[in-house]
Design a protein around this ligand. Structure first.
Ligand SMILES: Nc1ncnc2c1ncn2[C@@H]1O[C@H](COP(=O)(O)OP(=O)(O)O)[C@@H](O)[C@H]1O
Ligand SMILES: [Mg+2]
Length: 268
């Protein structure tokens, strides 16, 4: 039986809200045969902020793209292997999945495509079929959240990398997602842009999954971290224990963050 009030396609025994995100045994190979994900399983509960780390080519982006159905399902795949709030990530559910999952791409140039900031931020809410008043309200509010009030009429292609990234984040926030999935949000930012983004991401309270090489960001924001390598999860647990494990870090082409060198693993 499907729990009352759940969306079509909800799996039995997994009522909405129990877990925001469930992945069970997800595998994926690209059409050229590259095996990118080899049996990924994870659960992320409502409100968690989770870091996803691993060397280049580990499969982080491929995993994130599955969470809002950007990659086609493999024909052999069990349809129940990716769920958001109990809703299966399958073609029939994609409009609702994309309402729930806000994905920030690694390269803002892949995400920005309207001439002005306000038009770009309005794009997502417009796709949701909201009224013009509500769209305008959300644009104003989400630009304020990323501290870009006054940028409404600026040309997107002339912004700095940090500003572009924040416009993309505003566009995602304007859709009011349940889960924010961020692919290397501080990639290519200068130190100040990086600090500003850390601060903004700390203020956002929805469930967050953040793929990143910025281990300081993970230490600051994410109590839990998942380490991937070669398409599998090699560790999943408390950030200070995992990132503080120098042997584990080196084995997976990572390094123990400097800020942990002077810190006891349990914060004492
Ligand atoms: N479009 C693609 N076609 C074929 N292989 C790809 C494609 N995109 C990524 N890959 C491969 O999939 C694996 C995982 O890549 P990716 O998910 O981008 O890793 P990460 O984000 O951790 O750097 C790598 O071996 C990469 O070369
Ligand atoms: Mg990537």
């Amino acid at each position: 039986m499907t729990p009352p009030g759940s969306a079509p396609g909800s799996a039995p025994g997994n009522p909405e809200g129990e877990f925001t995100l469930n992945v069970t045994g997800l595998t994926y190979s690209y059409p050229d045969g590259t095996s990118a994900l080899r049996g990924i399983s994870l659960d992320i509960a409502e409100g968690q902020c989770v870091g996803l780390v691993g060397p280049n080519g580990a499969g982080k982006s491929t995993l994130l793209w599955h969470l809002n159905g950007l990659l086609p399902e493999e024909p052999s795949r069990d349809a129940s292997c990716v769920q958001v709030g109990g809703l299966l990530v399958i073609k029939a559910n994609l409009p609702e999945i994309r309402r729930r999952v806000g994905l920030l791409f690694q390269d803002p140039n892949d995400q920005l495509f309207c001439p002005t900031v306000a038009e770009d931020v309005a794009f997502g809410p417009r796709q949701l079929g909201l009224s013009e008043d509500e769209i305008a309200r959300r644009v104003t509010q989400s630009l304020a959240e990323v501290e870009l009030t006054g940028f409404e009429h600026r040309a997107t292609h002339r912004l700095s990398s940090g500003e572009k990234r924040r416009v993309c984040l505003a566009g995602v926030l304007a859709c009011d997602p349940h889960i924010l999935v961020l692919d290397e949000p501080t990639h290519s930012l200068d130190p100040q842009g990086r600090r500003e983004l850390h601060r903004l991401l700390r203020q956002i309270k929805v469930t967050r999954l953040i793929a990143t090489h910025d281990l300081e960001l993970v230490v600051e924001l994410c109590p839990r971290v998942i380490v991937m390598d070669h398409g599998v999860i090699v560790a999943d647990g408390p950030t200070l224990d995992i990132l503080g494990d120098e042997a584990l870090m080196l084995k997976h082409r990572l390094e123990k963050p400097h800020i942990l060198h002077h810190r006891h693993p349990h914060g004492k």
